[in-house]
Design a protein around this ligand. Structure first.
Ligand SMILES: *Cc1c(COP(=O)(O)O)cnc(C)c1O
Length: 386
């Protein structure tokens, strides 16, 4: 199915709702039935039909269909956050006594789940430099059940060769989970490369407007059924109908935003890469990036996020640059309409700093959908303050 059909038509059923072009929001927790037989038959299909909104709600169901189709998967489950989706995917695969291999520097709460929480339940994790397939191979133990990938990650943007790592996993009966938040399904479809479960912080590009926290999990129907009847329904970290509707609205402009992010990001990077105050840039589609060739092969376009290293003498010089930027809001997260900056020196004195091990002169920049020339003007004046 083409992207336009998915975004405009799939699951819409407009003529059941007075031809409403935008779908109704089923703001209800509960659904009732005309007789006992109807109640009984719905209870048997709680994932597929409206029975109780923790399980199925028509507004959320419409979103599930679109997200699954965008990723080229059979089914999807929506969660109240990306972290809930990541946790459900990982917890579904492992049990006490199992071993996980995870890419270095994953999203911070993915790291915490694997290296703190799941240890309490007898699950052990090895972190690897995921850029080389050999490193994954060497980390495999007899009890390895899961590979956790994130390509690229959202600070230093290292990639994994998704096809090669998935093939290795398959040969050893290991399940793969990939966080695809940065690339979006329009630029990279891990399932087509052999990955078993894709997860998203849909808070970022999929919703795209910095107004909702949401997660998605995409896989086969069989696996989604199993996750639904275990982690999904018991932990109950669901997405509310109104928030599902906000994501549906966000998806209508996904192609526009993703294309704009790629072109504006490249334009800004082009400017920065020639500037004397910039030491280095980490952007997967810039020729200076160590995995540039893999990025071109595996990911159709870059995202709008990358990191820069300033030629600064001290943290004060970095802070002067950051505080002088007008359009780049100082904030975490990314994927909305607005440009953002996340200076690593923020973490310098915190316990997180040891975990990231990133230099204090690094600043993560996220290019939103503003005019790229305005952003360049802004960066130029701030760089003069370094
Ligand atoms: C933000 C983020 C998450 C967590 O998602 P939430 O929606 O904030 O819970 C997971 N992975 C990546 C790559 C992220 O950027």
């Amino acid at each position: 199915m083409d992207i336009s059909a998915i975004l405009n038509e799939l699951g819409e059923d407009r003529h059941s709702f007075f031809g409403a072009v935008s779908p109704p929001i089923f703001q209800t927790s509960n659904f009732c039935f005309p007789n006992v037989a109807a109640l009984r038959s719905s209870l048997e299909k709680e994932k597929e039909v409206p029975f109780y909104t923790r399980g199925n709600n028509p507004t959320v169901e419409l979103l599930r269909k679109k997200i699954a189709a965008l990723e080229g998967g059979e089914d999807a489950l929506m969660f109240g956050s990306g972290s809930a989706a990541v946790a459900a995917a990982i917890m579904h695969v492992v049990q006490a006594g199992d071993h996980v291999v995870c890419v270095q520097k994953p999203y911070s709460w993915t790291n915490k789940l694997l290296n703190q929480m799941l240890n309490r339940y007898g699950v052990e994790t090895t972190m690897v430099d995921g850029t080389l397939v050999e490193n994954w191979k060497e980390a495999i133990k007899p009890n390895t059940k899961l590979f956790v990938l994130e390509s690229p990650n959202s600070l230093t943007f290292e990639l994994q060769d998704l096809a090669a790592v998935s093939a290795l996993a398959k040969a050893h009966g290991i399940t793969t989970v990939c966080d695809n938040s940065y690339a979006t399904p329009l630029n990279q479809q891990p399932i087509k490369l052999g990955v078993d479960i894709v997860v998203h912080s849909a808070t970022k590009y999929l919703a795209g407007h910095s107004d909702v926290v949401v997660g998605a999990l995409i896989s086969t129907k069989e696996r989604c059924d199993k996750i639904f009847h275990s982690e999904f329904m018991t932990l109950g970290g669901i997405l509310a109908p109104f928030e599902a509707w906000l994501v549906l609205r966000g998806l209508r402009t996904l192609s526009l935003r993703v294309e704009r992010a790629a072109s504006s990001g490249m334009k800004v990077v082009d400017f920065l890469s020639k500037h004397s105050k910039i030491e280095r840039i980490l952007h997967p589609h810039h020729p200076s990036f160590p995995q540039y060739q893999l990025a071109l092969k595996q990911q159709k376009r870059p995202g709008g996020m990358f990191s820069i290293f300033l030629k600064a003498e001290n943290i004060s010089a970095v802070e002067r640059f950051c505080d002088s930027l007008r359009y780049f809001l100082i904030a975490a997260s990314w994927g909305g309409y607005e440009s953002l900056q996340y200076p690593i020196c923020t973490l310098y004195d915190s316990e997180n700093y040891g975990y990231t091990q990133l230099p204090w002169n690094m600043v993560r920049l996220y290019v939103g959908i503003e005019e790229p020339d305005d952003l360049i003007f802004d960066l130029n004046q701030a760089l003069e303050k370094v």
